[in-house]
Design a protein around this ligand. Structure first.
Ligand SMILES: CC(=O)N[C@H]1[C@@H](OP(=O)(O)O)O[C@H](CO)[C@@H](O)[C@@H]1O
Ligand SMILES: [Mg+2]
Length: 549
């Protein structure tokens, strides 16, 4: 097979010309931005995925088209490496260069990647592509596929799927079916079979009620949840809201509920103490919430899920009498109270890494059982080969707890955070414990906290170290943050440039809600002053925070 690189240039010039002069950066989760300007980046990512697969001996590489929690006009693209991980960091740089060259330079740039990585262009290449349900996703999916075809790679289109489903399909194929069947039906079967076997026939237990309200964020998660419901024989009674008739993520979804700390729209949370969940636009994150007898909203976020899961897995390991190392990975956004609870009560070591699941996943690989969750609800659990082998051995010897443990592993999408798999896991644990939401909430008290977004001229003037907890530049900013934090009780604050939006994020937590709000306000004003804020009224001096989000 010979490849004429001129076809790439012709394609690019005629069908996918570069429309934007703005520099793209492969960020926390790939390229993101207004969908009108992404066609060329999509085509080029199709080209790159083909080359990446060739470098890796024809293993399947995935491409997911989604802008996750971003607003409706945005879209994005990220590549999935063969074991389900995010793209290799060296290739993130290659991707950034490829997306930013002009149409005229494209042919030469592709030739350079081929040469530098010693790619045999006649070798096999296999790329899977999937997309979320944004109206511009089909157009962008075609651009990715055309990129693969331009380099004579094989492309398989999965249509509308969640991000974690794409990761699952990639791993299932590359593991030659050991991880599961690489079809939508195979995915549902794997999770539902494990869930229903663990749950058995008794659907309610003590205070646990078999009833869940599900906010689908008008994204792909809603329609996939409906597929689950159809196949689940009522083992989980779920009602789905925000199914897709409104704008994606608009006043709903996991990001809205977590950041605004309030219920999503169009969800009748009238009964108190009913478990509710919100997933984000591509269903890789989930947060729980409920309103209590006084109508007060309570959030059970990624930190809560992580602690619930850790507690349950510690019990399973103990009852199977296994020697396995366990670690929990968080980011600086984790609530300080959750970290204290994990270290002091659960006695599990905690690591703090930079934002973005690729960092958490990487760290979690160091443990036999690595639990990782971002506070926003994005996370999963991964098990080492040693862990799986010793649990399987115990199960084969007839240990019933070990048999349950294997089913729990099957229920978890180890390839990446998966909102629906995480929900099924949380429901399994709450059902096992016989808990309602109040018992779960009572594990520890969250420190009040707040996030602000500040628009600045160039967010990259802020650089950080120590898992983003310390600002290196602008010089002097960190010292001033430290001084402000001293004015508040149990306080912590940090700032970092977002990797998915053109903003600087401010995080603040303190002993009381009022203190957290004042602290966020002080730090926000400081950032505006020292990092070139462009909308001075974003941080309102009277501490009314509505305007910031
Ligand atoms: C504070 C926050 O929630 N940040 C999110 C957000 O990243 P930023 O780099 O903060 O924009 O999107 C990422 C991708 O979905 C997610 O991994 C991360 O946790
Ligand atoms: Mg997402």
């Amino acid at each position: 097979m010979s490849i004429n690189l001129k076809t790439i240039y012709a394609f690019a010039r005629e069908m996918y010309p570069k429309k934007s002069i703005e520099r793209f950066q492969y960020g926390t989760a790939g390229f993101r931005g207004n969908a009108d300007f992404l066609d060329s980046a999509m085509f080029r990512m199709g080209v790159l995925a083909t080359l990446r697969s060739r470098v890796l001996g024809g293993s399947v590489v995935g491409v997911m088209i989604t802008a996750s929690h971003n607003p409706e006009p945005d879209n994005g693209v990220k590549l999935i490496d063969p074991k389900g991980e995010m793209l290799d960091p060296n290739w993130e740089d290659i991707a950034t260069e490829l997306v930013n060259v002009s149409d005229q330079e494209l042919e030469e740039q592709v030739a350079k990647i081929i040469k530098e990585n010693k790619i045999d262009v006649s070798s096999q290449s296999n790329v899977y592509v999937g997309m979320d349900n944004r109206y511009h996703s089909p157009r962008l999916l075609k651009a990715v596929s055309d990129g693969v075809i331009a380099l004579k790679g094989n492309v398989k289109e999965y249509g509308i799927v969640t991000t974690p489903m794409m990761h699952y399909f990639v791993v299932a194929t590359n593991s030659k079916g050991v991880y599961g069947q690489a079809t939508e039906e195979g995915y549902y079967n794997k999770l539902i079979t494990a869930f229903e076997k663990i749950r058995g026939n008794k659907l309610e237990n003590d205070k646990y009620r078999n009833y869940l309200l599900f906010d689908g964020a008008n994204g792909v998660g809603a329609r996939k949840m409906l597929h689950f419901i159809k196949r689940m024989h009522k083992s989980l009674n779920v009602e789905v809201f925000n199914k897709g008739d409104g704008k994606i993520n608009h006043e709903c979804g996991a990001d809205y509920v977590k950041v605004q700390q309030r219920c999503p729209v169009n969800m009748p949370v009238t009964d108190s103490n009913v478990r509710c969940v919100s997933v984000d636009g591509d269903a890789d994150r989930v947060v729980y919430f409920f309103t209590d007898n006084d109508g007060i909203f309570h959030l059970l976020d990624g930190d809560r899920i992580a602690t619930l899961v850790a507690d349950y897995l510690i019990d399973l390991v103990k009852s199977c009498e296994l020697e396995l190392s366990m670690g929990l990975v968080q980011t600086a956004y984790a609530n300080g109270a959750s970290t204290d609870y994990i270290v002091n009560k659960l006695k599990v070591p905690v690591s703090c890494v930079s934002t973005g699941v690729k960092h958490l996943h990487h760290k979690a690989l160091e443990f036999d059982i690595g639990i990782y969750f971002e506070a926003n609800g994005h996370g999963t659990i991964i098990f080492s080969t040693k862990a799986k082998q010793s649990i399987t051995k115990a199960a084969d010897l007839g240990d019933e707890k070990a048999q349950t443990f294997l089913l729990v592993i099957d229920l978890i999408n180890e390839t990446v955070g998966d909102a629906i798999s995480d929900i099924l896991l949380v429901e399994t644990i709450l059902h096992y414990k016989g808990w309602d939401v109040n018992e779960w909430l009572a594990c520890y008290d969250d420190l009040p906290n707040l996030q602000l977004k500040i628009k600045v001229q160039d967010r990259n003037v802020i650089t950080t170290a120590d898992a983003e907890r310390v600002c290196l530049t602008p010089v002097g900013l960190q010292e001033q943050i430290n001084n402000i934090v001293l004015n508040y009780n149990r306080a912590r604050s940090f700032v970092r440039p977002s990797g998915t939006e053109d903003v600087v994020r401010v995080y603040a937590e303190a002993a009381t809600q009022e203190e957290a709000e004042c602290l966020a306000n002080d730090i926000g004003i400081l950032v505006q002053k020292m990092a070139g804020g462009i909308e001075p009224n974003l941080v309102h001096p009277n501490k009314s925070f509505q305007a910031h989000f």
